[in-house]
Design a protein around this ligand. Structure first.
Ligand code: F0G
Length: 459
């Protein structure tokens, strides 16, 4: 697998501090073996998230200077509206400050207490906001999605038949709607085919249900569609985006991913005045006046530019190529991962790499700690540590897979950085049986992975 060279040159750099193994051990102990509590300065290569960590273009930085900071009716707001209408084809577009703000605004308006929301898989904040709105989130990903060793083109797809069975079994009144996450973050940044989105639309029409796109990584998804879904081989990314959004009634978006801004989000409503009216009240209460939605004028301006630039095929080919390069190196080293590699990074199958660590001792987290100790690389667990306890019984819950996520920030790291990551994982794989599991010594009642204290379990 050849590395696809960067389709940009570098004008500004941010120096990184190198650390010694001893410094890293001390830092991890001080952080109670939780990467979230490290200082970023103690990290060499930060693969914790691709959210808000991308490098903006010179055009986006220039847009920051022309941002209009008027409280209402800012020029930057109208710029963003024009871009969003052109790209997504929805009548109503609303800026908000990030993805979970969109969730907080939207779900209470569309959820009756106790209703189910079905999804190809919820991201954790989306799952949280469905719950806060009194709804019940249900993940129904296609069976290939959870089989990490076998290749499939669209592992992010929903299991549409299982969705229909669920609707019939529980009665359509008990269903609030369907959320399609593109790309499907939790199962490994896996793409969703337009064919699957159309099938979900047809199902929703049959039962009179709403469809919401959680579209944080819409451009990466569209690039995968172009590469893997024959019907779209000659389509532009813009055409695929339009066709994807045409299958939904609303979208919510964290713009910190594909739109490559450090802060921002959006809501869109295709054509429903009643819903728009209710959303507006929540936006004003939670986010701010409608024409800024919790963002500064300069953020709106950078977002308007970023949304368009996100569709550049040379950039997207390079972007997806980075993860695929890292995946190819790991494959050679015998490190198991979700195959194929997703859009925003590589999800290492820590459950398979560290079979001696039971899920109750968090293999995904254990590998994340080890990677930091080995080479100063920060990653995170997408496994049984991230799964909170059962809200009723308080028993720990086993995740469907124990991943260590290597999320790749956009346009930030080079091929040599990725080689450092691959070398570190190769070294760990060679002594995998010596990597300890972890136990929690303190945890909060919910969202424990952010703040829990842990310690290694003595073998
Ligand atoms: N939806 C998806 C699919 C996401 O991946 C995220 C964030 C959100 C919603 C929430 O957006 O952070 O702007 O409030 N994912 C980040 C991650 C945090 O690391 O995967 P937000």
């Amino acid at each position: 697998m050849k590395y696809i060279a960067e389709p940009f040159k570098i004008k500004v750099v941010e120096p990184l501090r190198m650390t010694t193994a001893e410094e890293r051990r001390e830092a991890m102990e001080r952080a109670y073996f939780n990467g979230f509590a490290l200082r970023a300065e103690e990290v060499y290569i930060d693969l914790q998230t691709d959210s808000g960590t991308g490098a903006m273009t010179n055009t986006q930085w220039a847009a920051i200077m022309v941002g209009d900071e008027s409280y209402s009716g800012a020029r930057s707001y109208y710029h963003l509206m024009k871009v969003a209408e052109d790209l997504f084809g929805y009548a109503y577009n609303q800026p908000v400050h990030q993805g979970r703000a969109a969730e907080k605004v939207v779900f209470p308006v569309l959820t009756k207490p106790g209703q189910y929301w079905l999804s190809n898989t919820f991201f954790d904040t989306t799952r949280g906001h469905v719950g806060l709105a009194g709804g019940r989130p249900v993940d129904l990903v296609c069976p290939e999605g959870l089989d990490t060793s076998t290749y499939a083109d669209f592992k992010g797809d929903a299991d549409v038949e299982a969705m229909e069975r669920f609707i019939v079994e529980h009665g359509v009144d008990q269903i609030a709607g369907i959320v399609m996450t593109i790309t499907n973050n939790t199962v490994g940044g896996q793409p969703v085919s337009v064919g699957n989105l159309r099938a979900v639309r047809a199902l929703a029409d049959q039962y009179g249900l709403l469809v919401i796109l959680d579209a944080a990584r819409f451009a990466e998804n569209a690039m995968f569609v172009k590469q893997r879904e024959a019907e779209f081989a000659d389509s532009t990314i813009e055409q695929i985006t339009r066709e994807s959004f045409a299958q939904a009634d609303l979208f919510i978006m964290s713009a910190k991913k594909d739109a490559i801004v450090n802060m921002g989000g959006m809501i869109g409503v295709r054509d429903n005045e009643e819903i728009v009216g209710k959303l507006k009240s929540n936006v004003i209460a939670f986010e701010g006046y409608l024409t800024y939605g919790g963002l500064a004028g300069r953020d709106l301006e950078a977002l308007a530019v970023g949304l368009r630039e996100a569709l550049d095929e040379d950039y997207l080919r390079y972007r997806l190529g980075q993860g695929q390069y890292l995946g190819a190196r790991l494959e050679k080293a015998g490190v198991p991962f979700q195959n194929p590699v997703g859009g925003h990074g590589v999800f290492v199958d820590a459950g398979k790499l560290l079979p001696h660590i039971p899920w109750q001792q968090f293999p995904g987290h254990a590998l994340a700690v080890e990677l930091y100790l080995e080479a100063g690389i920060r990653s995170c667990d997408i496994g049984s540590l991230l799964m909170d306890r059962d809200p009723v019984t308080h028993e720990p819950q086993q995740a469907p897979a124990e991943f260590t996520r290597l999320a790749i920030p956009r346009r930030v790291y080079t091929q040599a950085h990725l080689d450092v990551v691959a070398d570190a994982l190769e070294a760990i794989a060679a002594r995998a049986d010596q990597v300890p599991g972890y136990e929690i010594t303190w945890e909060p009642p919910v969202l424990r992975h952010f703040t829990a204290h842990l310690r290694p379990v003595k073998p």
